[in-house]
Each structure stands twice: as C-alpha cells, then as structure tokens.
Design a protein around this ligand. Structure first.
Ligand code: ATP
Length: 614
C-alpha cells in the first residue's frame, strides 16, 4: 500500500499532523494487527455482535412502514400490536447485543494496552543511561500514558465504528432500494451533501480543542515549574512571585476565552446538524409525494416513512466514515510513535553467552587502555590504565569535569567503553551477566536519590528480606541511627518528595546504609563536591569507614580525609591519569595533585579547623 498522502483528504488534520503524516506500510499494518492476534476469539465474537446489532438496530425503522401501511391504514389491530411488540423486542435485542459488543471491545482494548504498557515499561527499563540523559522526561511519560491511551481509543472506537457504520449503511441502502429505487438514489445523493456543513462546524471545534489542549499543556508546565519544591525556592529567592502570577493569569485568561468559544462552537455544531438533517426528510416527503400523487407509483405512505427513518439513520455513519481518514492517520501516527520507541535498541545489552561466575566476587577491577566518548567529537577518557586489587581502595581526584564519574560509570556498564576494556574479577564486563555484575557493585552517587516513602522502604530497596536487626545495624554503621531513632516515627519516617525532607548529609548516610545492606563486593563512592562543615564531614567519614573497610572500593574524593583513607590515589586531568601514588609521594612531586591539594583540599581542611575552633 502506498503512503497515504494527497491534498484534500487531510483537510481535518492540524499543520503539525500534516507535517508528520505516517507512512502506512504493510509492515506497519501487520505490526498493528499483531497486537490483535492473541485476542482473535474475542474479536470474532465482537465482530458477530457488531453485525447482528447493526442489522437489528435498523429493523424498527423498516417495521415502521408496515406499522403504518398494515396496522394503521389497513386498520388491522392484531397486525399493529404484533408489529409494535416485534419492533420493541428487536430494539431491546439490538441494545443488549450492543452492550455485549462494547464489553468485548473494551476488554480487548484494555488487554492490548495492558500488554503494550508492560512491554514498553520493560523495554524502557532496558534502555541505556544515554537514552535517559538525552530524552525529555515529559516525552517518555507521554508515550507511556496518552499515546497508549490513544491506541486504546483507536481499537475501541475507530476499528469498530468503521465496521458497524459500513454494515449499517449497506443494510439501510438494501432496505431503501427494495422499497423504491428513486427515493433510495435521492437518499444516497443527499446524505453526503448535507454532511459537509456539519463537517465544517466539526473542523472549527476540532481546531479549538487542539488550541485549548496546547494551552492546557502550557498551564501544566507553569504549574509544574513554579509550584515544585525547587521551582518555588527559585521564585521566592528571585522575588518573581508577581511576574509568575502575571504569566499564569494571562494564560488562564486565554484559556477562558477559548473555552467560551469552544462551547459556542459546540452549540453551533448542534444547530447546523439539526437544521441540515431536517432538510433531507422534507425532500424525501416531497419527491415521495410527487411520485405517489402525480405518477401513481405503487409507493405507499409507509414506504415513504421508512425512507425518512432510514435516511435519519444514515447521517451518523456517513459522517463518521467521511472523517475516517483523519482518525486513521491519527491512529497510525500514534502507533508509529509507540513503535519508534520499541525499535530503539538498548546500547548496553547482556551478551548472548554472558557468564555468571561461580566463585563469590572479590571486586577487583582493571582498566586497560580505556577510551570513552559520549559524542564522537569529544573524547572524554583517553587510554586509562589502572588496576585495583581485591580488598584495596583507590581514590580518584581531579578537577571538575575531568571525567571521574564517567570513568566509574563504565564498571557497572552504565555506558560501554569505546576502546580498550574494563574487567571485573578478571573478566571483561561485557562478557559478564549484567544483573550479576550490577548486583556485585554498590554505588553511592553525588546526588542521593531516595524514593518518596519511608526510610524503611528506601533501605529495603537494597534487600527486601532484611530483618529489623539488619536495618538497624546498617544504620548504626552508616552513622545515621541516632538521627532515625530520634524521629517520632523512627524507620517509618517519611523522607518526602525525592528525600527532600532530609538534609544532604542525612540522605547520603541513608544511602550508605542502603549500600551496606546490599553488601556488594565493590563499592564506588562518588563524593558530593559541596563543602561540608567539620561535624557533617566527620559524620560522613564515620559512615564511609565501615563501607570501605576491607572491601574493594573506588572513591571519587573531594576531601582530604577520604583521600587519605585510600591505598592509592589516581589523579585524572582531561580524561587521562596524569599522576598516581600515595598522598606523601604526590605532594612531594609538586604536580597537579599538589595544586589541587593547595586549592581544594587545603581549603576544606581550613574550613574544618575553623569550625573546630568555634
Ligand atoms: P565533577 O567532579 O564535577 O563531578 P567529573 O570529573 O566527575 O566532574 P564527569 O561527570 O565524568 O566529570 O564529566 C566529564 C565530562 O563529560 C564533562 O565535560 C561533562 O560535560 C561530560 N558529560 C558527562 N555526562 C555526559 C553525558 N551524559 N552526555 C554528554 N556529556 C557528558
């Protein structure tokens, strides 16, 4: 099938939609229908229901003719009662079958979106770090929610309404042609003509709805930005309350104007609809009357009434079928957007022959000629070589942006090297089972992430089966137990939105407790750059000590106390290891480390001693 393009047919699409018309290829259709295949039995049943209920729903209109001719004009009471009861029963049956059909329809659509959402969540979880750092969070959420909801509507509405409309039209036309071909042809001609004004009214409404959706998004954006914790802090500190209020008020006003327009357009839409749909029956009465009186055709009053009733039933289906193309393009665009996400390949994947070592991990690490870049234009790491033996610790120091965090991210394979190799326990990390590898490594990141929940929930994330005793002992060792036990709710203290109810130091110590519970073979500690006062520093240090004690560890360090705790110091500058050794050797060498020591570490030490003197 060629791509669906062409002037005129897309008049009801927005400019943006027209610019992004999806190519409807056989592959796309096959893929869309593959989601329906598991539910073919239910689909078949729904199909049967649609056919029966569409035919049944037209029957009362057809019976009207007989009610008039045989019952009323023929003055036959028995026939009248019988036809009325039959008509009522058929309507009831049609409605009941309609209920079953919409149940099946919804059931199928919900199950398909259930499958699709789960598959998408699983797929997104397997995506690499690069995907999350480069995609906007809003885009990811939109695809997971409204795009998939759109697909559900496509299945429940578009597919089924096409089918039932086509069937209704065919049955109505057959019934009309059986009665009188002249009136039937007239009906066939006038229905599409009279749907044009309604479609134009519909288009205006649609444009207004799109505009108000866009405004709504904008309002949500403002609310999100200004009423979030960080946003409000920024607004307050820069005294932007009034200008933010003005921004909100302006857009709110536009929204109100648009809403009024939108509801008036709705009113006009109904006016146009009821006016034009009353012209059609009048024409049928007129032509039918002329045929009956002037040409003494054998057409009866009942036949003309049936024609009018059937014509009335045709407006809806014709209207919907005429806008089918728009619906179809929108649905296909949604499917394409979703499939685009499904087709993205995770950069970091488990090798098909990935191994899970039998022996317990020791945490040793080796970097051999490691090169890395996020973007080919800019090399971040160049020929990095170092090895860390089991049980030892290494401190990585260097100016901000020199590549320290990047370097450690290669060990749990948040990214893969672009040259050279990283080995864990003597095996290239790309050959190890990813889940196994990551479960052997504990990372305390610069920015501690806590889920909104209690301290306990956050700790159990590392080890769901940990006992109360385990939790307490981890907290004691991470030097956070005093704080937790001083809270009225203890371990059940709520940490707030992303842990914002806690101080930076408290969060970090909770995350250290979390790592202690995980008990990994290798610890990576990416120390926060912010300067701490000596009391907080001492508390963090007391928390780090049990963490790295007799365990293989890599410390990205900004404070002298952390650096001194390491067996070896690596100095990274512009993605290269420029110096390595012990603190004493490096200070004596008078290179980059000495410079860092004099500026960064010595200042931190000064701060510490000033605090102590206080
Ligand atoms: P700091 O001490 O300030 O935390 P760092 O030494 O840990 O710095 P990295 O975070 O490793 O530095 O960053 C090294 C370089 O890579 C920086 O110039 C940074 O801009 C760039 N960078 C980091 N993450 C990404 C990313 N996801 N995509 C592209 N570039 C990145």
């Amino acid at each position: 099938m060629p791509p669906m393009r062409g002037p005129g047919r897309n008049a009801f699409l927005t400019e943006e939609e027209k610019a992004n018309l999806p190519s409807v290829t056989p592959q796309l259709l096959k893929r869309v229908f593959s989601y329906l295949v598991p539910y073919w039995k239910q689909l078949l049943l729904a199909l049967g229901c649609i056919i029966v209920s569409s035919v049944f729903s037209l029957y009362p209109s057809i019976l009207t003719g007989r009610i008039i001719d045989e019952g009323l004009i023929g003055r036959n009471m028995r026939a009248l009662v019988f036809l009325i009861i039959a008509s009522l029963l058929v309507t009831l049956a049609s409605n009941l079958i309609g209920v079953l059909e919409s149940y099946l329809n919804n059931w199928i659509a919900q199950h398909i979106t259930f499958d699709m959402r789960n598959a998408m969540f699983r797929h997104l979880q397997s995506m690499s770090q690069r995907f999350f750092t480069s995609s906007s969070q809003g885009d990811i959420i939109t695809r997971m929610t409204s795009d998939i909801d759109g697909v559900k509507n496509t299945i429940t509405n578009t597919f089924t309404s096409i089918l039932s409309n086509v069937i209704t039209l065919i049955v109505a036309l057959i019934a009309m042609y059986q009665k009188n071909w002249v009136l039937a042809t007239l009906g066939l001609l006038i229905v599409p003509v009279f749907t044009i004004p309604t479609r134009l009214a519909g288009k205006t409404r649609w444009t207004l709805t799109r505009e108000s959706q866009a405004l709504n998004d904008e309002i949500n954006g403002i609310l999100n930005e200004t009423l979030s914790v960080s946003g409000q802090t920024l607004v307050k500190l820069f005294c932007r309350e009034d200008s933010e209020y003005e921004r909100y008020r302006t857009i709110n006003r536009r929204m109100i104007d648009l809403n009024v327009k939108e509801s008036m357009a709705g009113r006009w839409f109904r006016v146009v609809l009821s006016t034009v749909s009353s012209v059609g029956p009048m024409l049928i009465y007129l032509v039918g009357g002329v045929l009956m009186m002037k040409y003494s055709s054998d057409i009866s009053v009942g036949d003309i009434t049936v024609m009018v009733a059937l014509l009335g039933r045709m407006y809806g289906p014709v209207n919907q079928l005429l806008s089918f193309h728009t619906e179809w393009v929108r649905s296909m665009a949604l499917f394409t957007r979703i499939f685009d996400y499904f087709d993205m390949k995770p950069e970091v994947e488990n090798a098909p022959d990935a191994v899970i070592p039998k022996a317990p991990a020791t945490g040793s690490v080796e970097f051999k000629d490691v090169d890395f870049h996020y973007d080919p234009e800019r090399q971040i790491l160049k020929k990095v070589n170092f090895s860390l033996r089991s049980g030892n610790s290494v401190a990585i120091v260097g100016p901000s942006g020199s590549g320290k965090s990047t370097l450690v991210n290669l060990i749990p394979r948040l990214y893969d090297v672009t040259g050279g190799s990283v080995s864990f326990d003597g095996t290239d990390v790309r050959k190890l089972d990813l889940t196994w590898l990551r479960s052997q490594i504990g990372v305390v990141t610069q920015e501690t992430y806590l889920f909104n929940g209690t301290v306990r929930d956050n700790l159990l994330y590392a080890r769901p089966d940990a006992t109360e005793e385990d939790l307490k002992s981890a907290c004691v060792r991470a030097n956070i137990w005093d704080f937790i036990s001083s809270q009225p709710d203890g371990l059940d203290t709520v940490v707030g939105n992303r842990g914002l109810k806690l101080s930076g130091g408290e969060k970090q110590r909770i995350s250290i407790a979390r790592i202690l519970l995980k008990d990994p073979a290798l610890i990576i500690f990416d120390e926060a750059t912010s300067a701490l006062d000596s009391i907080s520093e001492a508390k963090i240090q007391e928390a780090i000590d049990p963490l790295i004690e007799s365990r293989t560890s890599i410390l990205i360090a900004h404070r002298l106390s952390t650096i001194l705790a390491a067996d070896e110091i690596l100095v990274v500058k512009d993605g290269e290891i420029v110096e390595r050794g012990t603190h004493r050797n490096l200070v004596e060498a008078g290179g980059v480390y000495t410079e860092l020591y004099n500026t960064q570490f010595a200042r931190a030490m000064d701060m510490g001693s000033t605090e102590e003197q206080k």
